[in-house]
Design a protein around this ligand. Structure first.
Ligand code: TGC
Ligand code: FAD
Length: 398
């Protein structure tokens, strides 16, 4: 089989450095050799391939932009290319690495104490520990500021009560980054009602998880509920340097950036599958499907959209490396690329006709996955509203 080549219609590869191309190639080979062969079964069985976890550590895929603590210290474009390759395999595989890096290691590195960084980051980088991020609740998804989970200040620590829902890696995680509102008579006036982050270790009394079953999307990913009932965590487990909703939202900005790159990998896999199929499939008068104008129009649309998406993320990556990328930029890129990837997957599914719904081809799996990816980390509507607020100056959320 020929080695995988991603779409390079406008020579966007020329905007990448030699080192970035090498990183991409090594993750590409890893995905082709080690991940793709596992996906059909993992998807059918609704199981995350746990044997991959140590390999993610060995490949330096976890927290790869963090400097020190056993992390690779790569640039943001190189990181984006990693997520793109992982999601060419499956969004659930990319999700595992995004959550560990952007939603668990990032808050510890950005808001944690030096002791917390030393204790957790090297093990998370090597995948000796797995983490999850608990922000969403049954009644607080798009509006996490309305969360009900509380952290009552008690002598020597905080007592957590509440439930988190839709948590990637929740029931396989060794630690959970949990966001809760500080309450109680012992809380100082300054900290009362503020949202704070806590590192809760598996096995802490009063902390349990349950796996959410029956998903028709992101089946190659564990999604769970987290339950806290009078769960006391010591003072040492609060993230000391992050306060208010902007702390978890700051983590989302990191993860959304990776997703904007990642979905291009899924879109690219769908486009290439559809192109190959359309050239091989003969239809009416023995002509290839690809020789028919309507089929070409669909393929061209895919090339058009993926190419624009590529240029957008490379620009976003360079801005991030210069420290210029703001949350509203990330919203535009996440919104644009998730939507184009989902539309590409739907069109590619159509090109394969009946074969488009069979898991012998990756398209239906990507298409179903991308429904989740378009929803999590801020729905399409939420990102549209963020950009709307930026350009009009008028917030229209409430
Ligand atoms: P708002 O008043 O706008 O903001 C509160 C404070 O936060 C700041 N801020 C941000 N900071 C960093 N990054 C961002 N993206 C930020 N957005 C806002 C803001 O400046 C303010 O700071 P300050 O200093 O004034 O206090 O807050 P709001 O309550 O009006 O909410 C705004 C809104 C709706 C955009 C926000 O709540 C939102 O983004 N909602 C979507 C929720 C979401 O995306 N949840 C994702 C959960 S995690 C997940 O899905 C993981 S999937 C992982 C996987 O498997 O890959
Ligand atoms: P809602 O907020 O109820 O939204 C429902 C609909 O209302 C959507 O169409 C939305 O766009 C629309 N809407 C919302 N607000 C407005 C508005 N102001 N105006 C107009 N329309 C609006 N969360 C975590 O914390 N950690 C995780 O690891 C995690 N992993 C996930 C994994 C999966 C597979 C999924 C599906 C979700 C995950 N999430 C996670 C949760 C995810 O972030 C939420 O599902 C998402 O933020 C949307 O929240 P919701 O599902 O409650 O939908």
């Amino acid at each position: 089989m020929a080695a995988y080549e991603s779409l390079n219609y406008m020579n966007s590869d020329s905007l990448l450095t030699e080192d970035e191309l090498m990183v991409r190639q090594s993750v590409r080979d890893f995905v082709t050799e080690k991940i793709e062969p596992l996906l059909q079964k993992a998807h059918r069985d609704e199981k995350f391939p746990m044997e991959l976890i140590p390999q993610f550590g060995e490949m330096g895929l976890l927290g790869s932009t963090i400097q020190g603590y056993g992390c690779a210290g790569l640039g943001h474009v190189a990181y984006g290319l990693m997520t793109q390759e992982l999601e060419r395999g499956d969004s659930g595989i990319r999700s595992f690495c995004s959550v560990q890096g952007s939603l668990v290691m990032y808050p510890i590195s950005a808001y944690g104490s030096e002791e917390q960084k030393q204790k957790y980051l090297p093990k998370l980088a090597k995948a000796e520990l797995v983490g999850c991020f608990g922000l969403t609740e049954p009644d607080a998804g798009s509006n996490p500021g309305s969360m009900l989970t509380t952290a009552e200040k008690v002598a020597g620590g905080y007592k957590l009560n509440g439930n988190k829902m839709w948590i990637t890696n929740g029931s396989i995680a060794d630690i959970a980054i949990v966001w809760a509102r500080v309450t109680g008579p012992l809380a100082s006036a300054a900290e009362k009602n503020k949202i704070r982050g806590f590192i809760v270790e598996k096995g802490t009394k009063g902390f349990t998880t349950s796996k959410m079953e029956g998903k028709f999307s992101l089946r190659v990913s564990v999604t769970s509920e987290l339950h806290f009932q009078d769960c006391v965590v010591p003072e040492s487990q609060i993230l000391p340097n992050g306060e208010g909703l902007k702390a978890p939202l700051g983590c989302l900005t990191q993860a959304r950036y990776g997703i904007a790159w990642g979905v291009l990998g899924a879109a690219d896999a769908c486009y290439h599958t559809a192109l190959h199929y359309a050239k091989a499939r003969t239809i009416f008068e023995g002509k290839p499907l690809a020789a028919h104008q309507l089929a070409q129009a669909k393929l061209v649309k895919m090339v058009q959209e993926i190419t624009k998406g590529q240029l957008l993320v490379i620009q976003a990556g360079r801005m991030k490396e210069r420290g210029e990328l703001q949350p509203h930029h990330v919203s535009l890129v996440k919104l644009n690329n998730c939507k184009l990837a989902l539309e590409t997957a739907r069109e590619a599914r159509d090109i394969l006709g009946g074969n488009g719904i069979i898991d012998e081809y990756p398209i239906i799996r990507h298409m179903l996955n991308l429904e989740s990816v378009n929803t999590y980390e801020g729905t399409e509507d939420i990102h549209r509203l963020v950009v709307g607020e930026k350009i009009t100056g008028i917030p229209a959320f409430r």
